[in-house]
Ligand binder design. Structure first.
Ligand SMILES: [Fe+2]
Length: 205
């Protein structure tokens, strides 16, 4: 992980973003700064940090030879949590903050739907899998079962059929499986820069 400016990194996150925009810092550096600044937060009540979780999801995608866009989506799928100032507060209050929509809104300025759609759909993919895979629910972590309830619970059959018919829905389902698996405090991955190379490949002109 490269620190581009140690003075910026020590500032509050909203100030960081404003300073970088004013300085014309590109999206890649902006994302790296966010992961650097907020990535040490725990991933909700899981035993890994946001950074570990993102890296593990990207590593699992890479291990399955997913395309660069889907490895990038795996790395960035929870960027909405990094953008939220009060993620922990939302968890405490049992609120659904629609972090997938926040992440998609941020990313779509710079990335195409092959990156942003799996990000947008990764929560609904959990609701889809609960409806269609009898073994899936049993494998969810307690925190994920809890969030499922506040995210609307399993889809009914009509919702599931409509969901999977959407473009990129199957990519979102793949991402979801990595999301559920990438919570291992012992798992070793490459550093952030390794996976950011995939992200760089996907930036729109
Ligand atoms: Fe996640």
């Amino acid at each position: 992980m490269t620190r581009h400016n140690s003075a910026i990194v020590s500032a509050p996150s909203d100030t960081i973003l404003n300073m970088m925009r004013e300085a014309g810092v590109g999206v890649i550096a902006e994302i790296e700064q966010m992961i650097d600044k907020k990535g040490s937060d725990l991933y909700g009540s899981e035993a890994v940090t946001q950074r570990q979780h993102a890296l593990q999801c990207a590593a699992l995608a890479e291990a399955e030879n997913a395309p660069a866009s889907l490895i990038a989506a795996a790395l960035l799928h929870d960027i909405g949590h990094l953008l939220e100032k009060d993620f922990e507060e939302a968890l405490k209050n049992d609120e659904d903050r629609f972090h997938e929509n926040l992440g998609e809104a941020y990313l779509k300025t710079h990335f195409g739907p092959e990156v942003t759609e799996p990000v947008r759909m990764h929560v609904d993919a959990k609701r889809y899998l609960c409806a269609t895979d009898p073994d899936y629910f049993a494998k969810l972590s307690p925190a994920s079962v809890h969030s499922l309830r506040i995210q609307g619970g399993p889809m009914d059959q009509a919702e599931a059929d409509a969901f999977i018919a959407q473009p990129y829905a199957r990519d979102a389902v793949r991402l979801r499986i990595w999301d559920d698996t990438g919570k291992d405090p012992e798992m070793q991955t490459e550093p952030v820069d390794h996976y950011m190379a995939y992200v760089s490949q996907c930036v729109k002109d």
